[in-house]
Design a protein around this ligand. Structure first.
Ligand code: ADP
Ligand code: MG
Length: 268
């Protein structure tokens, strides 16, 4: 589904490459944590997968496409198969929750009938149907991130890229967001998440890819942080106490994820 083949990315003027001969394969349905100190190359790797940038050398293959071969005019179509969320939510401040989600469908030309069904469905799925008419400024950080997630998945992407999505949230709210991301993954979406949150990584027991100065220094499945080589662990990742999250159900609508249409056909 995603193959990064010996990729080097050297930004102009930088004294070392942001990514230095990185190779990585991610299968359909995987959940991968990308961890590593600030500046280790996590966001650069995500930008290459999104085709926001191209490497100096090496290949990036996503959903059966060699991204180097996608002409500029087709890039927006390619990106429709991917969803992206960021640490700072990036919602449109003057649009309501529903309008924020609808806008992402309007710009890709979806019909009004489709939008009128898909937006309430996805807002129910993230537990925010009751805030559809509110502005982002009227929401908590966790709620804003749930809107951003709703917007990222409303078009049922094959891949969700999340760049430190819990970076601005308290531990309990981060747990809610992680539950939602796990649900999205369980429904078939491949998830790649950059994070500094050691507690989350240890608890979820997913595949953990560790970057250090542009190199992959560890890639382990289901092992949490314990397997990270000494010296590779970012200094900001000190153990955190369990947030004691509750078995609280924030996802009220199963139907959204049970349509089965998150599956994509024809990719490798
Ligand atoms: P991370 O997301 O792990 O913090 P980044 O991928 O953002 O790391 O950055 C990796 C390295 O590339 C850092 O040394 C950073 O300073 C550098 N870098 C990132 N983006 C740019 C850019 N647009 N121009 C120049 N250097 C950059
Ligand atoms: Mg980053």
């Amino acid at each position: 589904m995603i193959r990064i083949d010996n990729v080097t990315k050297h930004y102009r003027g930088a004294n070392r490459p942001a990514l230095n001969g990185v190779s990585l394969e991610i299968e359909k349905g995987d959940f991968v944590f990308l961890v590593g100190a600030s500046g280790s190359g996590k966001s650069s790797l995500m930008r290459l997968i999104l085709r926001e940038d191209v490497p100096n050398s090496g290949g990036v293959f996503v959903l059966g496409e060699n991204l180097r071969r996608i002409p500029g005019r087709r890039v927006p179509y390619f990106r429709r198969k991917l969803g992206m969320v960021f640490q700072d939510f990036r919602l449109l401040p003057s649009k309501t929750v529903a309008q924020n989600v609808a806008f992402s469908l309007e710009v890709i030309g979806k019909s009004r009938a489709f939008i009128d069904t898909a937006v309430p469905d996805v807002l129910e799925m993230v537990g925010l149907a009751h805030k559809a008419g509110n502005l982002p400024s009227e929401l908590s950080g966790g709620e804003q991130q749930r809107v951003a997630l709703a917007r990222a998945i409303v078009n049922k992407p094959a891949i969700l890229l999340a760049d430190e999505p819990t970076g601005n949230l308290d531990p309990a709210t981060s747990e809610e967001i992680m539950r939602l991301i796990e649900r999205i993954n369980a429904a078939g979406t491949t998830v790649i998440m950059a994070t500094h949150d050691r507690g989350i990584v240890d608890r979820l027991k997913k595949r953990v890819v560790v970057l250090s100065e542009g190199n992959i220094v560890s890639d382990e499945r289901g092992s949490g942080y314990l397997s990270v080589p000494k010296g590779a662990m970012p200094t900001e990742m000190t153990p955190v106490p369990s947030s004691g999250f509750q078995e609280e159900v924030i996802i009220s609508s199963r139907s959204f994820l049970e349509e089965g249409s998150l599956e994509t056909e024809g990719d490798n």
